[in-house]
Design a binder for this molecule. Structure first.
Ligand code: ATP
Length: 450
């Protein structure tokens, strides 16, 4: 099978690498660090299957254009991609489908929004309706800041058209986990859960980013919880979409918060997460090309299966990321790092001559029999790579794969959770959930520069 992957980041490199185990892969536009990259647009390439990575082309209808030319495409059309393109629409689908989610209101004028905010308890959550590359969400304990943020968004000054409508939500408290499902329009099958680390700095400090690292599996998130999320959230959502005439074929990525009242869906994304893809996909021990082709054809009959290995990825970012990443520096040590056992280096913001060309530059994934082993491999490989100003977090997966595995971590606003497990087998129900990726956000920023 020949597969065309659309996109240019670490997620697309991970897709290309895992698809490449069983298929011939071409990546457009890719980048100089991803083998098989080409500048030929997807419409002009010959392939048996097109896999669209990022949300922007999905929201813009690339899958529809390719399908209208008779191509087999993994990725929702513009109708389904509205789940990510409009948070207000996503909330209306969640409400149709009775999916557990934060109470919310949708507003386009400041006084009504402020009145709703006053009816809520902190933390206050204000989101742009439209796409804002991860920058559009503010979570704050200050009512004044929340109202000021609403005003800035609705004026169009902060996010242009994407902010002309805002979604205000009750603030939830709990650990976050990502569950990505493959969908064929009617059926959804879950992949292994992952947790990402969105904040720039160690200890979940600093601005929000596109993601500074991730790990999979997630201790405490076992088969029962996954089944519950599929039955109570993902399948009802697919049904609600179907009732609205949407034939959703692609990834449905549920961003979950595990609250004291059970899980709540914070958001849906319509594509593989980045960097979640860099830890979930390498753990697959089945034919990904076959799975995605089946989903794209509306006949998903195969089941994904995973190795017992754990995976940890550490994002290496350019100086100045996420605000104004510095680019153009030569990257040293990439080949040596990639040659280490149990290591894969995925190229994101990489330019000609293997130089830095974006905010998140590389994603270094280690795999191993435990999260601790995977983590050591990822960090050993990261230590072999350098360029001026390179930055990365030093605590990715530390709460679940640190040297003593016994740290106590306090979920945002919640009680401490025991970190008793290092590597539960997939489906293990005994380990307790260990938060680490979430963190109280204040003003969120992103800006991969990619
Ligand atoms: P991204 O693009 O990074 O996935 P996004 O811009 O689509 O994010 P959300 O995922 O909805 O926005 O929210 C971003 C983050 O804000 C969440 O990961 C979570 O940490 C926090 N957040 C969102 N909604 C809530 C809520 N209702 N209560 C508490 N925190 C929240």
């Amino acid at each position: 099978m020949r597969v065309c992957v659309v996109g240019s980041g670490g997620r697309e490199h991970a897709l290309a690498s895992v698809l490449g185990r069983t298929a011939t892969v071409v990546v457009t536009p890719g980048n100089p660090g991803i083998p098989g990259s080409t500048s030929t647009p997807p419409e002009e390439l010959e392939a048996d299957l097109w896999v669209i990575g990022p949300e922007v082309p999905l929201v813009d209808g690339l899958a529809d254009r390719l399908r209208s030319g008779g191509r087999l495409v993994f990725g929702p059309g513009a109708d389904g991609a509205r789940l990510e393109g409009s948070k207000a629409w996503m909330k209306s689908i969640l409400s149709d489908a009775r999916v557990p989610t934060a109470r919310h209101g949708v507003f386009s004028d400041v006084p009504a929004a402020a009145a709703f905010l006053r009816s809520l308890a902190p933390p206050y959550v204000v989101k742009t309706d439209g796409l804002a590359a991860g920058k559009g969400v503010v979570v704050t304990d200050s009512l004044d800041d929340a109202i000021a943020d609403v005003a800035a968004k609705l004026s169009g000054a902060a996010f242009g058209a994407a902010g002309r409508r805002v979604v205000i939500e009750e603030g939830l408290v709990g650990a976050e986990v990502s569950l990505l499902c493959l969908c064929d329009g009617r059926r959804a099958v879950p992949l292994a859960p992952a947790q990402d680390h969105k904040r720039l700095g160690d200890g979940d400090t600093g601005p929000n980013t596109g993601g500074m690292g991730a790990f999979s599996p997630v201790p405490g998130v076992g088969k029962d919880l996954i089944e519950e999320v599929v039955e109570r959230a993902v399948e009802p959502t697919l049904n609600a979409l179907h009732l609205r005439g949407v034939d959703y074929r692609g990834v449905l990525y549920a961003g979950l918060m595990l609250t004291a009242d059970g899980f709540k869906v914070l958001e849906y994304n319509v594509r593989f997460g980045d960097p979640e893809a860099q830890v979930v996909l390498p753990r697959l021990d089945c034919d990904l090309a076959q799975l995605l082709a089946e989903a794209a054809a509306g006949r998903l009959v195969s089941e994904p299966s995973f190795t017992d290995d754990a995976a940890v990825t550490v994002v290496l970012a350019a100086e100045g990321y996420p605000m104004s990443p510095r680019t153009g520096d030569a990257i040293q040590g990439l080949d040596a790092a990639a040659a280490m056992p149990g290591v894969e280096v995925f190229c994101a913001g990489v330019g000609p001559g293997i130089t830095t060309a974006g905010g998140r530059v590389l994603s270094v994934t280690g795999t191993g029999p435990t999260l601790a082993a995977a983590r050591s491999r990822a960090y050993a490989a990261a230590a072999a790579i350098s360029w001026p100003g390179m930055q990365h977090r030093t605590d990715i997966a530390a709460a679940v794969g640190g040297p003593d595995h016994s740290a106590h971590v306090t979920p945002r606003g919640g009680q401490g959770a025991d970190q008793s497990a290092d590597r539960p087998a997939p489906g293990d129900q005994t380990a307790r959930f260990s938060p680490g990726g979430g963190g109280g956000a204040d003003h969120s920023t992103n800006g991969d520069g990619q």
